[in-house]
Structure formats: structure tokens, C-alpha cells
Design a protein around this ligand. Sequence first.
Ligand SMILES: Nc1ncnc2c1ncn2[C@@H]1O[C@H](COP(=O)(O)OP(=O)(O)O)[C@@H](O)[C@H]1O
Ligand SMILES: [Mg+2]
Length: 262
Amino acid sequence: MRRVWTVLPETTRTEIADRVGGTSVTPAASGDHAEIAAAVAGSKGQVFVKAASSELGVRSLRYELLVSKAVDRSYSPAVEWHFERDGWLVVGFEHLDGLHADLSPGSPDLDLLGLAVKELGQTPAQGQTWFSPAARLGFAHPAMDGEMLVHTDLNPANLIVVRHGLRIVDWAYATKAAPWVELGLLVQWLIGSGHTPEQAEDWLARFPAWTATDPDVLNAFASMNATKWSVKSRTSKDAWVHDLAAWTDKWAAYRRVRYPQT
Ligand SMILES: Nc1ncnc2c1ncn2[C@@H]1O[C@H](COP(=O)(O)OP(=O)(O)O)[C@@H](O)[C@H]1O
Ligand SMILES: [Mg+2]
């Protein structure tokens, strides 16, 4: 849950100001997971600061920090610095100048997404303990297990189109899994951006990891994902939960008709 910048202790704000050369703070307008998420500008440039003090928040940000350092690829913002002080973990990421990706049918951002996702799908998850698919998603299938880095939350607010391509932020839920899992989780955002399930699958057909996955496995995945969000939506008033329930249901329903179980 997002909090205001001024909850940061004075000493912590001063340390950030020293590192950036001033503090002109612009809170992030999207996302809601991180306690503090804001662009900070000063005489030494601009950084994107995420900070946490709650037990869960620190655990999550510490994980995100480790992942971000381990990834070190062009599609992911670099970690500029980090420190801990007065109970706060503070991370300064490379600031990305750009707008969120538009994933509607025909958008040129889809080609940029395709390039980033291709590179992501070839990145092994190495060097630390990662979320398993079951721990991350709350449902499991043996075919979901694998060795690759899977971001698992490629919603448009986590995709920033910069001058030289598309960047992926918010690595707090990165998972070690089979690469097709990324694509299975992307379907909901493509549908939420205006694709029909058929259009979404047509777009995904460019990825060998998608076409090589057994249709029965994709059916099981679509169905378990839809069930998860349907169950969540029964007890949630959050619009985004209901949106995800509707989008995942649309995909699962499409697959039941298009690819009846063999
Ligand atoms: N490195 C960055 N540079 C510029 N903007 C960023 C950066 N990282 C995140 N953002 C923006 O801030 C928002 C919230 O950050 P995010 O890491 O997604 O936090 P949350 O966990 O709250 O979703 C993102 O939706 C994006 O618009
Ligand atoms: Mg986010």
C-alpha cells in the first residue's frame, strides 16, 4: 500500500538528497504494492526510489533488489544504489523516461514488447533463491516448472517505452519457471488491452515457447488461473481483481471451445 514521501525519516530523506543532489519528488501515479515509489530529481540527475519499512515490504523490496541486480539486462532498469537506515530499506533505480506501453491490437509497442519478452525468455534464473510457480501463483502444474526468469506481472503499468525500446520494472514477483508461463500470464493483459482471446493467442504464436507447449497444459493453466481470480473476486471490492477475473475467464472459456480436452 502506497504511503506519502514524508513518512520517510528526516535522516533518510537527507541521505537520498545527498545522493541525488536535491529532492524534487514526484510520486508514482501507478502501482500500489511498494510503500514508497517516486521519481526523485536533483543536480546529479534523476533516480526512481522505492523504499519500505514494514516487515513484508522490506522482504519484498529486498527480493526485488536481489533480482534486479541478478538480472542486469537491457530490458531491466539498473540499480544505482541502495542503503538501510532507521528501519527503512531504500533502493535507487535507474530512472526511465517514457510512457506505459500501449498493448492494444495493432499498437507499435507490441513489437517492442515482443523483443523484450524474447530476451527475457532466454534469461536463466540463476544465483539466488527464487519464487516457485506454485508459491507465486497459488496453483501448480508440473509443466510450469523450469529454469528461466519469469517476471509474472507484465501489466502495462510495469512496461515503460523509452527511446531505445521497452523496459520492464517491478521485479518483486520474479519466478523461476518454464518460459511459456510468462506468455500464459501475458494473455490477461492483452485481453484487458482490447485483444480478443484469439488475437492474443495469434500474437503469442511468434514465440516458440508458446507453440511448443501442449494445448492441454495451456488449457489447464488458463482454467486454474481463471478459477483463482474468480474465487478472489467473490470477496474483493477492488476493480482490478474483477477485471482480472473477467479477462482470465474469457481466455479459459475460449480455450474450452477452441481446444477441447484430448
Ligand atoms: N525505474 C523507473 N523509472 C521510472 N518510472 C518507474 C520506474 N520504476 C517504476 N516506475 C513507475 O512507477 C510505478 C510504480 O512502480 P512499481 O515498481 O511498479 O511499484 P509497485 O510495486 O507499487 O507496482 C510504475 O507503474 C511505473 O510507472
Ligand atoms: Mg508495479
